[in-house]
Ligand binder design. Structure first.
Ligand code: BGC
Length: 738
């Protein structure tokens, strides 16, 4: 009434009344629940309008319902930054000038922080960037388990351990979605290699599926309440994962209660009937039936477009599935685009740079530090030689769908110069020429890396430069080029490419103060490991790469990263390769190692890794007290508390990640020697002691019994192993489950 009077006074006779005051349809009424609004919207839509919701209308968007004012859905990769705008129907960038993002560190790096708080900050920040760029769905994070060091996409994932990946994915998802932008966890499931990714049929037993490959997805769904999930390219049980009845209907919907949207991977749909009946909601990236660039109407040819409509019209399929899919998509739209209370987002802000820097610095892993060569003593150095292509190569462009157009990227050489000059003379030599490409989908880094010198000339120059320097910092590793850390193909070998091994050995001969910084998203062999006193694992660190590397090498930041996957000595030490179970043959790859993935394999088979899962040194030292248990018996509905004291015994403040593994001492089915079940990252000042308490419960003791299709724990003895890594256990305690 009041509003009407105001409007009359203004002479507007009610025509601009606020939306609540009019007789508005339920789907627009924000006082109603999302489910009420979904049902109302659905009841107003034609079959054609429902179909239109289910497939792409461009490379990264799908239609809304224009007639009803229901917005379109816009997707973006993911997972390390917001992908530049592409042309309507092409992968090439559209040439916008407002879409250069903050490049966050790759997800391997995030996992290496072992810091769920940083995962939350990551998700929140990248979600803000997605929101500002008006995106509905961020295509990430990826949580496929690291099975082989050859997988080209490992850098986009969170390592080899399902528990670590679970703890990191949940806050990422929550952070993204706090912006009213959906996260889309990918690639569901068993997409652990790029070789034949579109056709390979994965044969994994039920225990491996449940214990290793699914937990991070399950956590994203049940704890993170993720709104979207992406079906993988590969097959499982003979069916493509984007329309796989067992994965999508039985496990995801029925068992886990997922009520979000299942989105196909781009081009991951192959069959209309399977797509209709096996739980897919949205189809993207398909080229069907000879469809190609020349066909301007390709989207209507999608499996879930006209072919679906025709089946309905012919009465061959009903509309129950159609309604269910449309419901899921509408729910997504109400949660995101039609949520008027969501924040506005922001783009390339100072705090995003800070978040990127924090994650990058906390992710760097000090693998080896003989004689405390690191941190560099800047006050005593006159000259530092920096060698290697990765010191000067931008890494945010390339690698496939996660390639970015970053607003800026600090190179390692640039970062180190900022720290060291002018007090210290910095000299650079390239040492080798790897891949000089600087472009992806016509985004260019703007660098010209061409160099026609022979390997001998490059080596000679490097050795001259290195010889009389106080320190030599070699910065190499992999890059984002084809058959390196990149989508679409696997690596051909686990060795460093471009003759780097020889170069490193030669450098070690001319200067004992050699520091090797390996930039990669994957394990590499290190035949020179005993020749080099200090080795640092850096990752694809994004915009702040150079700053982060410099601040760790120069000691402004005490390294605290821990490996999220094992570095085997050689490829054959990895389970899949040892068993000849990669990349498969005749269209199938059998996961013969079952649950013994990563450190579970190395531990159980007693194969010493080069650097174990969870390994990472610090510039200080930590001592562990004895693990104490509140009781030596655990009953199934209770908890016992395991406490341990940790002391910083060195002279620098530092973070330690205390890792708790559990070993089932006797079990009816084979179990890994030990499994990560808890961890805590804590800051300790020199001399400071903190007591950490871990609650131990029945769930931590369970395994998946495939004969019973259930998670079970068995009475008997268990051992808790607490340490600084999977290969550095400091204290143990036993208890019984009753
Ligand atoms: C990748 C996805 C990505 C999609 C869209 C696919 O090739 O597998 O991870 O989100 O493309 O770019």
């Amino acid at each position: 009434m009041k509003q009407r009077i105001v409007c009359l006074l203004l002479g507007l006779s009610g025509c601009f009344l606020p939306i609540q005051a009019q007789n508005i349809p339920v789907y627009l009424d924000e006082s109603k629940t999302i489910e009420e609004r979904v049902e109302d919207a659905l009841s107003r839509m034609t079959i054609e309008e429902k179909i239109a919701l289910l497939h792409a209308q461009s490379k990264f968007s799908s239609a809304g319902v224009p007639r009803l004012g229901i917005p379109e859905v816009w997707m973006t990769d993911g997972p390390h930054g917001i992908r530049p705008e592409v042309l309507w129907d092409e992968w090439a960038q559209a040439g916008w000038t407002n879409d250069s993002c903050t490049a966050f560190p790759a997800l391997t790096a995030l996992a290496a922080t072992w810091n769920p708080e940083l995962a939350m900050n990551y998700g929140k920040a990248i979600g803000e960037e997605a929101r500002y760029r008006k995106k509905t769905v961020l295509l990430g994070p990826g949580v496929n388990i690291y099975r082989t060091p050859l997988n080209g996409r490992n850098f986009e994932y969170m390592g080899e351990d399902p528990y670590l990946a679970s703890r990191m994915v949940v806050p990422y998802v929550v952070g993204v979605q706090s912006n009213g932008v959906a996260a889309c966890v990918k690639h569901f499931a068993l997409n652990n290699q790029e070789t034949e990714r579109g056709t390979i049929d994965v044969v994994a037993d039920e225990r491996a599926l449940r214990e290793i490959y699914l937990p991070a997805f399950k956590a994203a769904v049940q704890e993170g309440q993720v709104w979207a999930i992406m079906g993988a390219y590969n097959k499982y049980l003979g069916e493509h994962c984007s329309h796989n009845a067992y994965l999508l209907k039985k496990i995801l919907r029925e068992e886990w209660g997922f009520n979000g949207v299942v989105i196909s991977d781009w081009g991951g749909v192959h069959d209309t009937r399977e797509a209709i009946f096996n739980g897919l909601d949205m189809e993207f990236g398909t080229w069907t039936g000879g469809d190609d660039w020349s066909n301007s109407d390709s989207y209507s040819q999608y499996f879930l477009a006209n072919p679906y409509l025709e089946l309905i019209k012919a009465g061959e399929v009903g509309t129950a599935e159609l309604d269910e899919k449309a419901r899921n998509v509408l729910r997504l739209i109400f949660r995101t685009e039609m949520n008027r209370n969501r924040p506005w987002g922001k783009f390339v802000s100072e705090d995003h740079s800070k978040t990127a820097w924090e994650i990058a610095t906390e992710s760097i892993v000090l693998l080896k530090n003989n004689g405390n060569l690191l941190p560099i003593d800047v006050s005593k150095a006159n000259k530092i030689a920096i060698i290697g292509e990765n010191a000067i190569k931008k890494m945010t462009v390339g690698g496939g769908s996660s390639s970015l157009k970053a607003q800026y990227e600090i190179l390692p050489l640039e970062g180190l110069r900022k720290y060291l000059e002018p007090q210290v003379e910095v000299v650079y030599a390239r040492g080798y020429v790897g891949d000089v490409s600087t472009e992806f989908d016509n985004v260019s880094t703007g660098q010209d890396l061409r160099d026609n010198r022979s390997p001998e000339e490059l080596l000679k120059e490097a050795l001259v430069v290195a010889k009389d320097a106080d320190y030599v910092i070699f910065i190499g590793g992999l890059n984002k080029s084809h058959e390196q850390d990149s989508e679409g193909a696997d690596r051909k070998s686990m060795d460093l490419p471009y003759g780097q091994d020889k170069l490193i050995s030669e450098l070690a001969k001319v200067n004992p103060n050699l520091i090797v910084v390996n930039i990669s998203g994957n394990a590499v062999t290190m035949p020179w490991v005993n020749e080099v006193p200090a080795i640092v694992q850096a990752w694809f660190l994004g915009s702040e790469a150079g700053h982060a590397i410099a601040s760790v090498l120069c000691g402004e930041v005490n390294p605290s990263g821990k490996l999220p996957f094992t570095f085997p000595v050689k490829l054959k030490d990895n389970a899949a390769h040892s068993l000849g179970a990669y990349p498969g043959n005749d269209g199938k790859v059998e996961y013969k190692e079952s649950i013994l993935v990563g450190y579970r394999w190395h531990d159980t088979k007693k194969i010493k890794p080069l650097f174990g899962f969870g390994h990472g040194l610090s510039y200080t030292t930590f001592e562990y007290g004895k693990a104490q248990l509140s009781s030596s018996t655990l009953s199934r509905h209770e908890q016992i508390i395991c406490s341990v004291e940790v002391t910083n015994t060195g002279n620098k403040p530092g973070y330690e990640t205390v890792q708790l593994y559990i070993s089932d001492l006797k079990s009816s089915l084979q179990r890994p020697l030990k499994e990560l079940k808890a961890f805590r990252k804590l800051m300790l000042n020199p001399g400071e002691t903190k007591t950490i308490e871990f609650a131990i419960d029945n769930e931590m003791l369970q395994f998946y019994d495939d004969t019973k299709s259930a998670w079970v724990s068995e009475d008997g003895s268990f051992e808790i192993l607490i340490g600084s890594s999977s290969t550095d256990i400091r204290t143990k305690a036993k208890f019984n489950l009753k």
